[in-house]
Design a protein around this ligand. Sequence first.
Ligand code: AMP
Ligand code: ZN
Ligand code: FE
Ligand code: FE
Length: 280
Amino acid sequence: MAKADLHIHTRASDGHMSPADVVQQAIKHKLEIIAITDHDTLKGYRKAQEAAAKTEEIRLLPGIEITADFNGRECHLLAYCFDPDHPSIRQLTRDHYQSRLKRARWIIGQLSRKGFDIDIEEVKAEAFGGNIGRPHIAEVLLDKGYVGSFKEAFIRYLSDQKLGPIYNEYYTHHQVIDTIKEAGGAVIIAHPGKLYTNRELQQLVEAGVDGIETIHPSHNYKTQKRIEKFADRHRLLITGGSDFHGGAKKYQKYFGIVTINTKYVYRLLRLTNKRKEMTV
Ligand code: AMP
Ligand code: ZN
Ligand code: FE
Ligand code: FE
């Protein structure tokens, strides 16, 4: 089977591997098509693109994992094959960079009430100029000895359960869907596994998503089958991937293993090619 992985992170968001190394590793794993899907940024994709342009061995598609405000809750939407230079995409990544900065300041505020002294500059430094997320705050907590491990930072302080609704200014799911489509891309519900009720999935479909991620390390066989059925019923595209973050992160062992058949990627490409023809 020709393999593809449409869900990979690099150091530009919360991954641990450089974009160029990710491309090299993907070639070693015999992946034919990949997408870098860093959180709310295209920096990793652009670097990977430079590496992928030098070889015929792999095809890299434009990708991003966008955080959206879905009825007051954060949700992840994957987007593919949009024009990465479209003004509306550039605006979205700029706005979400700022939203992440404000959100991190809010989280730091919550932590300071617990007596932790963290500066936003320390968090920015952890992110190496990329987008800021909770993993970077976890690293600072660890460096300063407030916790004994990265995992402990999440268990005690940073999980959704511990923080409650996190302040954010992310685009709503409607805005994200419109932005991506305007740029000729497709929008996919990321790792729906245990995150949504049927009613909520229905709502996302009504809002105009094009597909749903069926293959993901967090999905067991039963979940995968349930989501495939849902996709069938609603005529949605299906995608999948390893959600690789590099380093010792939780899905690292699935790179090259959790993949999808390239035939699903060709379906996605047919849709986005058509969409682009219609927008020019
Ligand atoms: P953020 O972008 O700030 O919402 O951070 C999301 C990232 O934090 C995810 O991609 C994971 O890498 C990490 N993360 C979220 N929840 C946990 C958790 N409970 N334990 C460990 N890492 C987590
Ligand atoms: Zn991630
Ligand atoms: Fe995600
Ligand atoms: Fe992801």
